[in-house]
Design a protein around this ligand. Structure first.
Ligand code: MG
Length: 344
């Protein structure tokens, strides 16, 4: 099996989805794995807050290269992923890139979409949320009007006055909201009061309101919260999920956190057994990794897969967006292909 990779900078559209005070681009490293005349593609998306770098990701791929080169056909995806996982303690996005490319390659060899080879089935088009970043009232109004197609909006809260923010948003739209606090609140009584207030404001999901370390307080909130609480920063991989113990009502699963589709499926199975809600999310991936995640849509309660909509130089085609919904195609593998002349 041959490995190649290429760093690439994804550029955000402006002003759509971009606030004046946030980043303008995201680095990714794309990989391709070739075997048996077929090519599988994968992506490591590396927003700065994740702590994984382009250099660190490339170093991981070089560490994995001898292992991948030694693979002959037919291969066991699970065996390869267990071996690459053992190469380092972190590098979750780099591991996800290899996972995605291997599943893409295996799907192309059997000429089936991943949702078929994994016995998930093809999901009907599913509504995704669209993220509205914190900004001036004028820009928020503009973003909400530009997101007219999307039936659910995701609000990044954790501002000095989140009631004022949501009240402002309610002047422009009556759509249901996901609210992501990014660990920004620290008083459990305030969080529960906010949950009751937000429930009246048609907030349907409350993501990571408190710091990951505040487990007891979070469990106290979750037990009484009228809005389902969803873990993001508290849960990266399956082992974190197994230690949740009632802290949250559900989890935001992201390929770049959990090392890829192989582990995401295990996490979803755990959630089902333990009556936890499943939100399929993303960091800031292109259509490559987002199309891979969308293969699992049929297993999700909610999806937040808007990232490819945010870029003006997405080097892949894959899932499509219509009427605020994510539509799968029938292509083999992850259902994404690089656009001619963009990569490799
Ligand atoms: Mg989040």
């Amino acid at each position: 099996m041959q490995l190649s990779y290429q760093p690439y900078t994804l550029q955000f559209k402006h002003p759509f989805g971009v606030s004046s005070n946030t980043r303008k681009e995201t680095p990714s490293v794309f990989i391709k794995l070739e075997a048996g005349g077929k090519t599988g593609y994968g992506e490591a998306c590396l927003p700065a807050y994740l702590g994984e770098t382009v250099d660190g990701t490339i170093a991981f791929f070089e560490k994995a290269r001898p292992l991948l080169q030694a693979i002959s056909l037919p291969f066991s995806t699970a065996d390869i992923l267990n071996a690459t996982d053992g190469l380092s303690a972190g590098n979750n996005a780099a591991k996800a890139a290899i996972d995605i490319a291997l599943h893409d390659l295996a799907g192309k060899m059997s000429n089936k979409p991943f949702y078929e080879t994994a016995n998930i089935g093809k999901s009907l088009p599913m509504s995704t949320s669209f993220t509205i970043g914190i900004d001036s009232p004028d820009k928020i109004a503009q973003k909400i009007s530009e997101a007219a197609d999307f039936p659910v909006l995701k609000i990044k809260a954790g501002t000095p006055d989140d009631k004022a923010l949501i009240t402002l948003i309610r002047q422009f739209t009556a759509k249901p909201l996901y609210v992501d606090v990014n660990q920004g609140w620290t008083n459990k009584h305030m969080v529960l009061d906010m949950s009751h207030w937000m429930h009246e404001q048609d907030v349907i999901l409350l993501e990571q309101p408190m710091p990951a370390a505040m487990k007891e307080e979070m469990a106290w909130v979750t037990a009484q919260s009228p809005v389902p609480t969803i873990a993001d920063e508290s849960v990266k991989r399956l082992k974190d999920l197994e230690h949740l113990n009632g802290t949250f009502a559900g989890v935001n699963i992201k390929l770049m956190k959990c090392t890829g589709l192989h582990e995401a499926l295990k996490m979803i199975a755990y959630c089902r057994e333990n009556h936890l809600k499943v939100l399929l999310g993303c960091m800031a991936e292109s259509s490559c990794a987002t199309s891979a995640m969308a293969q699992l849509m049929k297993l999700a309660d909610y999806i937040d897969l808007d990232a490819p909509q945010l870029y003006n130089n997405d080097p892949f085609s894959g899932i499509s967006y219509k009427h605020g919904k994510v539509w799968l195609n029938d292509l083999p593998g992850i259902g994404a292909e690089p656009l001619a002349g963009q990569l490799f």
